[in-house]
Design a protein around this ligand. Structure first.
Ligand SMILES: [Zn+2]
Length: 137
C-alpha cells in the first residue's frame, strides 16, 4: 500500500473534494490519469473534483458505458462550494457495487443549489464507474 502523505489543510493545493488532504495526495492522481480510485467513495470524490475543475473527459471516462451520456455539457458559471459525504454502502476493496450518499453545494448565477443524491457505482475489471443515482430531498 502506498504511503499516505501527511494531510495538509488550507494549503494552495487543498483538494476540492474537502477531504482535508492536498490535491496530489487525494483526487489529483486520478484526474491526471496516474492511478485509479480503489473505492466507490474515492471515485465519487474525484468526480466532484472533476466537476470543480471542469474536467469533462474524466467525468465521461468514469461513467458506466451503459448510462454514460454521449456529450456532457457542464453548467456555465457554476461555482462549487463543497461536498459532504453522508453515507456509504459497499463500494470497498472487496465489492463489485457500492452506493454513496452525498450533498454537493454550488452556486449558479448567484443562486444556491443543493444536490443531495444517492449514487450507484459498479466495478468492472478493477475500475469503479458511476452508474446512476437517486435525488433525495
Ligand atoms: Zn479529493
Amino acid at each position: 500500500m502506498a504511503k499516505r502523505k501527511h494531510p495538509r489543510r488550507g494549503g494552495p493545493t487543498h483538494c476540492p473534494c474537502g477531504s482535508g488532504l492536498n490535491r496530489e495526495g487525494c483526487c489529483g492522481p486520478f484526474l491526471d490519469g496516474e492511478s485509479i480510485p480503489q473505492t466507490a467513495e474515492a471515485l465519487m470524490r474525484s468526480r466532484y473534483t472533476a466537476f470543480v475543475e471542469r474536467h469533462t473527459d474524466y467525468l465521461l471516462d468514469t461513467w458506466l458505458p451503459g448510462t454514460r451520456p454521449s456529450v456532457l455539457e457542464l453548467e456555465a458559471g457554476q461555482q462549487w462550494l463543497g461536498l459532504s459525504v453522508r453515507a456509504t454502502s459497499g463500494g470497498g476493496l472487496e465489492d463489485e457495487t457500492g452506493q454513496v450518499e452525498f450533498v454537493a453545494r454550488s452556486r449558479i448565477g448567484g443562486k444556491g443549489v443543493r444536490l443531495h443524491e444517492r449514487s450507484r457505482f459498479v466495478r468492472i475489471d478493477g475500475r469503479w464507474y458511476y452508474a446512476d443515482g437517486d435525488l433525495l430531498t
